[in-house]
Design a protein. Structure first.
Lengths: 172, 287
């Protein structure tokens, strides 16, 4: 009697498995989505040190502003968000508070009619974050400034310093 | 001679080369007048075709002003082969525009004068227009292909006398030439000897032949003479003399023939004299 129950149970399981493939089918739907907003670095930035306690990307001081290029193939589908540095990602040991300032501006556009007002229409989220609505297709170049002042007007310790500008394409 | 050989080698060397494409870009075409001739912008390369135009400028204007900027190139056949319009009307100025326009290899011949025209109120600054192009390696320089104009001159220009690589030419080797000359002289002498030998042999054969011919001619002459003699003698043989019998007509009558007295005297005197002479020899012996 016990053997029969066990046997039924096994058969039932097999029967159940076979009936599942017969009454249900997963049909795949695939898509290959390529980025319609592409961010690339046009020029890396370089800090200059006009004063012992200041590091700046200003060309007038000998620095190099980083330039970012954003290409979009869909109009009004994205906004781009830039965050200029508020700290060093790597540096020597700093015993003083470093104050960062920075900004992002449109450097050049590829479409006069659709992009000429990007700069005037930008949204300044805070001192470090700027957002631009990419309402036209094409390429837009953005330049970034960054200035770091060591606290107490103390000289920066010797060593290598690195900071990053963060750029994001955000779908609208 | 060496140059020609080297040129021939170069010609053969490049003869198998195949055509391929190269790409390049022009310098900034914009001048102060914002108009330019493409003859001064695009190089005179073989099968050059423009495949793109890059331009940039910064508009200077007030936001409320209407302004259009045209970047264009005329088509020699009429109209424009390239024309881009930037409408800055109601837009802010001060931000540079950068445009890269891809084209499908428009032949150089269709590119006329270029210009930037401004319509409306405003101006531009920092303008640049650069053309990217493609060309075949055929005749970018005359040396690219033996069929290019000026190829030979270009090759010759590459071969200054001071840089000519001396190619060993066995035919011009002095030692070999000398050796060849000696060999040739010996060969020539041998040939001359052979010729002389042949001459002698021919001459001997000729003499022999001549001798035979001479002998034959003598024999023939003798035969001819004999024949002639026979012919001539036959005339005599066949000559008939009219004759007959000549009868003796003189009749001597018997008579007394007297001796010649004077003859007898003479004979005697001669005898005497003879005897005396004979006797003279004996007279000597007596002594």
């Amino acid at each position: 009697m016990i053997k029969e129950i066990a046997l039924i149970g096994i058969v039932g399981i097999i029967s159940y498995g076979g009936s599942k493939s017969a009454f249900a089918l997963d049909i795949p739907i695939t898509a290959s989505v390529t980025g319609s907003c592409i961010i690339s670095t046009e020029t890396n930035g370089t800090y200059a040190q006009p004063q012992a306690y200041t590091l700046t990307t200003a060309p007038a001081s000998g620095g190099q502003m980083p330039i970012t290029r954003v290409d979009v193939t869909l109009a009004s589908a994205y906004k781009v968000k830039f965050t200029v540095p508020d700290s060093f990602s790597s540096s020597p040991q700093l015993n003083d508070v470093v104050t960062f300032t920075g900004d992002t501006e449109v450097s050049a556009v590829s479409d006069a009619t659709g992009m000429a007002d990007y700069e005037t229409d930008k949204v300044e989220v805070n001192d470090y974050i700027d957002e631009y609505d990419l309402s036209a297709t094409g390429s837009t170049w953005f330049k970034h400034t960054s200035v770091a002042n060591n606290g107490g007007s103390r000289a920066f310790p010797s060593g290598n310093y690195t900071a990053y500008v963060t750029a994001e394409c955000i779908a609208l | 001679m060496k140059k020609q050989l080297l040129i021939a080698v170069l010609v053969l060397w490049v003869g198998y080369s195949y055509s391929s494409y190269y790409f390049g870009s022009s310098n900034n075409a914009v001048n102060n007048a914002y108009s330019w001739s493409m003859d001064n912008i695009l190089p005179d390369y073989y099968n050059l075709a423009v495949n793109g135009v890059y331009y940039t400028y910064t508009p200077i204007k007030n936001r409320e002003d209407a302004m259009k900027v045209y970047v264009q190139n005329e088509n020699p056949n009429g109209g424009y082969i390239f024309k881009e319009t930037d409408d800055w009307s109601g837009k802010s100025g001060g931000i540079p525009i950068r445009k890269v326009i891809g084209l499908e290899y428009i032949p150089r011949e269709l590119w006329g004068d270029g210009s930037i025209e401004i319509e409306g109120t405003g101006s531009i600054k920092d303008a640049q227009v650069v053309y990217s192009y493609r060309y075949e390696d055929g005749c970018a320089t005359p040396l690219d292909n033996p069929t290019c104009p000026g190829y030979s001159d270009a090759v010759l220009d590459l071969l200054p006398d001071t840089t000519i690589t001396e190619i060993y030419d066995a035919l011009e080797d002095e030692n070999i030439n000398r050796e060849e000359t000696e060999v040739d002289n010996k060969k020539e002498e041998q040939e001359q000897e052979d010729v002389k030998e042949d001459d002698r042999l021919e001459r001997a054969l000729a003499i022999n032949e001549e001798t035979l011919e001479l002998g034959n001619s003598i024999a023939q002459n003798q035969m001819l003479d004999s024949m002639n003699n026979a012919i001539q003698m036959n005339n005599y043989y066949i000559k008939t003399i009219d004759g007959g019998v000549y009868k003796e007509t003189v009749t001597l009558k018997d008579s007394n023939l007297p001796d010649n007295k004077y003859s007898a005297i003479l004979n005697l005197s001669e005898d005497i004299k003879h005897n005396k002479m004979v006797n003279l020899q004996y007279e000597g012996n007596k002594l």
